[in-house]
Design a protein around this ligand. Structure first.
Ligand SMILES: [Zn+2]
Length: 336
């Protein structure tokens, strides 16, 4: 239950971390399917372009002014009274961001996430504030070899079927993939964040998650690279400069995966661009997120128990513990 330390998203390898940070900051352009900005979504249509919308409530009075004065002149040919068009009934968009108060800021914190039962996996949300505990170990972790990938990485069993299909179809499209990180335990994430903190300093917080705060601990996040290729941060933009990364950016959602940290969405997703990191939410949720145009984090927050996080009493907030310097215990596990 105790939040021990801060720790990291994806990066496990000890490879030139400076390069990783620099790469992420200097990454070129968006993969093309990034979500709308919070501002764009929140503004909605009324007045979005600075033009006030007419108030429908004022329209009936325009046609109801009585004429009290008699007139000797022939009555003018009455023009047909304009009948106010019925107010359109907008269809509810179940994915519209309508309440930004329900999307917390990217504050550092140590509050337990809400939907942390293992059967709630599609909606389990960890971010900079909300986390799973050190005892969160999915009971159904299996080797990614079951999906045809190399390496000894693990994911939850619910991922395997779609991961196998993704791998097969990517290969058929000359975009063969490999995995270089998947499930990471709380302890492994502690090492990972400690490593990146030692290398990058405070800026590690934008590229590495503290222990408990990583999607990798859910057993649902995978870091991909091109088969036979280098680590993805060796590219200025993995999603545009490799066939594998581009294929993922276009197609991963069809297999239930969503890019958690797209280009230029730091304010929404709390981390820098990571075009290799994908979170599995299942095909239905991924299709809904893709259609919504929202980022994964915003969409998940919209589907959390609303308002609970604002009560302050729903979850304890442990006092942060001082971070002790951590030493990466072993050389990089290397690419798959
Ligand atoms: Zn990752």
């Amino acid at each position: 239950m105790v939040r021990r330390s801060l720790v990291g998203l994806c990066v496990v390898a000890t490879v030139a971390c400076g390069a990783a940070g620099a790469c992420m900051e200097a990454a070129g352009h968006a993969p093309g399917s990034s979500a709308q900005s919070l501002e764009a979504v929140s503004s909605g249509s009324p007045g979005a372009a600075g033009t006030p919308m007419p108030s429908l409530r004022t329209l009936p009075s325009l046609t109801s002014a009585p004429s009290a004065l008699p007139s000797a002149s022939p009555a003018p040919t009455p023009s047909p009274a304009s009948t106010p068009a019925p107010a359109p009934t907008p269809e509810a968009d179940p994915f519209a961001v309508t309440n930004f108060a329900s999307v917390p800021k990217c504050d550092l914190g140590g509050t337990e996430a809400f939907l942390v039962s293992f059967d709630q996996w599609p909606l389990t949300l960890v971010d900079k504030t909300y986390a799973v505990t050190d005892s969160y170990v999915p009971p159904d972790l299996v080797d990614v070899r079951k999906a045809g990938f190399g390496g000894s990485y693990k994911v939850r069993a619910v991922v395997i079927a779609d991961l196998a299909a993704l791998r097969s179809d990517a290969a058929k499209a000359s975009s063969a993939l490999a995995i270089f990180s998947a499930y990471r335990s709380y302890k492994e994430q502690t090492w990972s964040f400690g490593h990146w903190s030692n290398v990058l300093g405070p800026s590690a917080l934008m590229s590495s998650a503290r222990a408990g705060h990583s999607e990798h601990q859910l057993g649902l996040a995978i870091d991909f690279r091109a088969y036979g290729g280098p680590v993805p941060w060796a590219y200025r933009n993995f999603a545009t400069e490799t066939a594998a990364g581009a294929w993922l950016a276009r197609n991963a959602w069809k297999y239930g995966f969503v890019m958690s940290y797209p280009w230029n969405k730091e304010a929404q997703v709390c981390y820098g661009y990571e075009p290799w990191h994908y979170r599995y939410v299942g095909r239905d949720e991924a299709a809904a997120i893709h259609a919504s145009g929202q980022t994964l984090r915003v969409w998940l927050w919209q589907h959390q128990p609303d308002q609970l996080w604002k009560t302050g009493a729903a979850r304890p907030t442990p006092a942060p513990e001082p971070r002790t310097p951590l030493v990466w215990p072993s050389p990089s596990p290397g690419p798959a």
